[in-house]
Design a protein around this ligand. Structure first.
Ligand code: FRU
Length: 484
């Protein structure tokens, strides 16, 4: 461990201690979402099940509630409900990562855990340099940095980062989020036989390539994997214009499905589809666990999208991760469902098997408070239906369109909206409500809305409104939350 590394760790621990009381007293602290102990959290990193244990790392800025020289924070779990907050895995201690141990991924090889990440460096003039780096661990807790394994190739700007590594047949592959010198977002593929020496294969798809027109000036956090016979590329493009109900956030996150031709290499794929319709979702990462499930965790935040307006900033922390979701392919699209282990958080069920509301607004006995999970199955939605949460956010359905609204985070007098068209109407809503977030799985996971919400902490009421007749069943569970 270098001296700089020790110094940074000591300073981060001091910072945790200094703000501990303030952070923990914040009523917006979550009960089942990963948060930083102090400072800012962004992307999930290095997500893997290794020797039975799930490791979930995250981008962490301990010294500020803004972005900067990131650490890798580290949580572990055997079961997705009981979590241990480990000491930081990586600090920005070396010349090749001194301005940030940026995002990356993990693989297991020969009994060791390999972390690939981007070393972010700013020179004296403030110009950016980027290095793809490796760190290796024998115990999953202590990581030895091995230095730079990939240098910036010709043709790209220094916005070249976020290595995601996987194995296919006899080779390792790495996909990197990049910006070409023509300011186009790209997904770049590299190959290795030993995890140390990497050969550049080139861009597999990107803005202004083949099927795609102009599609953003930078692609962040790519992830490539197979899902029921399809190759999927998840990516977070920057620079898309809002288009109807699509691309409403500052930056997007979604996927292409198709076939990756590893020999050429080229990714032949269909259209981009957003993974989430809510206000806060970005830079998701997946892993394949030992049960063969493809599991995704995202950052419940968006860069540059009024991050400083989050009310938790005054208590010296900001952002959290999403709950883990299992991905499947239904023949047409990705389906997302919360991992089944989360049922362990449930208290006893409260069930109302047939509720009819007709031109009225009602509370439903016992349905209130947070943290809770709600599951609604609709028999009939004649005209309009809405759920109003804590006099704050609302989820409403009308003429095939589901809308989430909340007070604008920056300008509280305004309301902001996110919408999606539901091709099969409204069949089911599955909500996970924490102290300051809402995740809504719609129609068995065909659409998801993920958002931070900041209602008055003691406000518990949930109201249901129908114009015309709506008939549904509702189940509610109070949630015990994670054991952190
Ligand atoms: C995405 C991102 C990544 C980068 C990291 C830095 O949110 O900008 O591209 O590696 O965050 O924290």
């Amino acid at each position: 461990m270098s001296e700089k590394d020790q110094q940074l760790r000591a300073l981060a621990l001091e910072e945790i201690e200094k703000y501990k009381q303030k952070v923990e007293a914040d009523p917006y602290r979550q009960s089942f979402h990963h948060m930083p102990p102090v400072g800012l959290l962004n992307d999930p990193n290095g997500f893997i099940q290794w020797k039975g244990t799930y490791h979930l790392f995250y981008q962490w800025m301990p010294f500020d509630t803004g972005h900067g020289a990131k650490f890798w924070g580290h949580y572990t779990s055997e079961d997705f409900v009981n979590w241990t907050h480990e000491k930081a895995a990586l600090t920005p201690s070396e010349w090749f990562d001194k301005n940030g141990v940026y995002s990356g991924s993990a693989v297991s090889h020969d009994g060791l855990l390999y972390l690939f990440y981007t070393g972010n460096v700013k020179d004296e003039q403030g110009n950016r340099e980027t290095y793809q780096c490796l760190a290796v661990s024998e115990d999953g807790i202590h990581f030895e940095k091995k230095g730079v394994v990939v240098h910036l190739p010709a043709g790209y700007t220094a916005h070249f980062r976020d290595p995601k590594v996987w194995k296919k047949a006899d080779h390792w592959y790495m996909v990197i989020g990049a910006q070409s010198e023509n300011m186009e977002g790209k997904a770049v593929l590299l190959r290795s036989s030993n995890l140390y020496d990497w050969e550049l294969l080139g861009s597999i798809t990107g803005s202004n390539e083949e099927q795609l027109g102009d599609f953003g000036y930078m692609w962040e956090c790519p992830d490539v994997f197979e899902l029921n016979g399809k190759d999927i590329l998840i990516v977070s493009p920057q620079g898309l214009e809002e288009e109807g109900m699509n691309y409403a956030n500052t930056y997007q996150s979604g996927y292409f499905a198709g076939i990756l031709d590893y020999a050429h290499p080229k990714f032949n794929h269909g259209p981009f589809r957003e993974l989430d319709r809510g206000f806060e979702f970005y830079a998701p990462q997946t892993t394949l666990d030992e049960k063969g499930r493809r599991i995704l965790v995202g950052w419940m935040g968006v860069p540059d999208q009024y991050e400083q307006a989050h009310p938790t900033i005054e208590n010296q922390w900001v952002h959290c991760l999403t709950i883990p979701r299992e991905l499947t392919w239904n023949g047409e699209q990705i389906i997302q469902k919360p991992v089944e282990e989360l049922k362990e958080m449930r208290g006893p069920v409260l069930l109302h098997s047939s509720i009819t509301i007709e031109n009225d607004q009602k509370a439903i006995r016992g349905v209130e408070g947070k943290p809770i999970e709600l599951n609604l199955e609709f028999d009939k939605v004649e005209d309009q239906f809405a759920i109003e949460l804590f006099q704050h956010a609302s989820l409403s359905y009308k003429e095939g369109i589901l809308t989430l609204s909340r007070p604008h985070l920056e300008d509280k007098k305004k309301t902001e909206f996110r919408r999606v068209k539901l091709e099969d109407g409204l069949k089911n809503l599955h909500l996970f409500i924490d102290h300051s977030s809402l995740e809504v799985f719609v129609n068995e996971g065909k659409e998801v809305f993920t958002s931070r919400v900041f209602p008055q902490p003691d406000e518990e009421r949930i109201l249901f409104t129908s114009l015309g007749t709506t008939t549904f069943s509702i189940e509610q569970w109070k949630l015990n939350g994670f054991n952190f």
